[in-house]
Every structure is written in structure tokens, then in C-alpha cells.
Design a protein around this ligand. Structure first.
Ligand code: ZN
Length: 152
């Protein structure tokens, strides 16, 4: 294991050991796959979207601590959000995780617990582990490479 700051590590270890929202979702409206060949992380994200609101979201698969913790934290954050809010969350998260080296404290605060994942930025090869589920979420919401399940 690598040295994340202690607090960060604690949250990540907790979410890796006891991932929230882990397991298949009954009757999802969208399923998206994520695969990170660099690390071997593979996950499936199940979304239930009703009237533009993410009413439920779960994931399964296998991956490293970072990818599982990120999925766990993300799924927790997504429940009850509208698609638009989920997109905004993705943009804020992705911006701070990938596009900027600065830590924008205000934006970080807005992201709450998700900000613990920014500790991973110190390990550039692991950033893809943390963003994997987020890309899957975007695919699921916007039908890119995801399996859309028709609802009656
Ligand atoms: Zn990984």
C-alpha cells in the first residue's frame, strides 16, 4: 500500500472494506461497465433513473482499494440527485481530480466526503482508479457505451 494521508486513508480503507451500495441492483434502467486495464479494476454500475432523478445506484465488480472506495463514495453521493446535479458533481470532481493541480478549497468543501479521494492525486498512476466509476456514471447517464435497458 502507498502512503495516503492518515485521514484520507481511513475513509478509503473503510469504504473499501465495507463498500456502500455494493451488489446488483434489481431493475436498473441503465448499466455501465468500467475497466481500467492499467490496474485491473473492473466494475459494473447499475443506475435506476426515474423522471430524470437517480433513485437508486449500485455497483459490483472487483478492483483495488481506490476504485472500490471511489465507487462506494460516488454511489452514496449520487442517490436522489437529478441527472443535471450528477453531471455537475462529475464536472467538479473531475476538474479537481484531473484537470487542476490546485486544491480549490471551496469546491472541495462542496464535495464533502468525496474530497478524500483527492489524496490519490499524489499518485498519478492511481488517478484512473479513482475516476473509473465516474466515467462509468457518465456513460450510464448519457448512453455512451452503456447498455440501456428499456423500461415498459
Ligand atoms: Zn485500481
Amino acid at each position: 500500500m502507498f502512503n495516503l494521508k492518515e485521514l484520507y486513508q481511513e475513509v478509503i480503507v473503510d469504504h473499501n472494506r465495507n463498500p456502500r451500495n455494493f451488489g446488483k441492483l434489481e431493475n436498473p434502467t441503465q448499466i455501465a461497465e468500467g475497466h481500467n486495464p492499467l490496474c485491473g479494476d473492473k466494475l459494473t454500475l447499475y443506475l435506476k433513473i426515474e423522471q430524470q432523478i437517480i433513485t437508486d445506484v449500485r455497483f459490483d465488480g472487483s478492483g483495488c482499494a481506490i476504485s472500490v472506495a471511489s465507487s462506494s463514495l460516488m454511489t452514496d453521493a449520487l442517490k436522489g440527485k437529478t441527472i443535471q446535479q450528477a453531471d455537475e458533481l462529475f464536472q467538479d470532481f473531475y476538474h479537481l481530480m484531473v484537470e487542476t493541480a490546485d486544491s480549490d478549497t471551496k469546491k472541495s468543501e462542496k464535495l464533502g466526503k468525496l474530497a478524500v479521494l483527492f489524496g490519490v492525486k499524489a499518485y498519478p498512476t492511481r488517478v484512473k482508479c479513482a475516476t473509473l466509476c465516474w466515467h462509468a456514471m457518465q456513460a450510464g447517464l448519457h448512453d455512451q457505451n452503456s447498455t440501456a435497458i428499456k423500461t415498459e
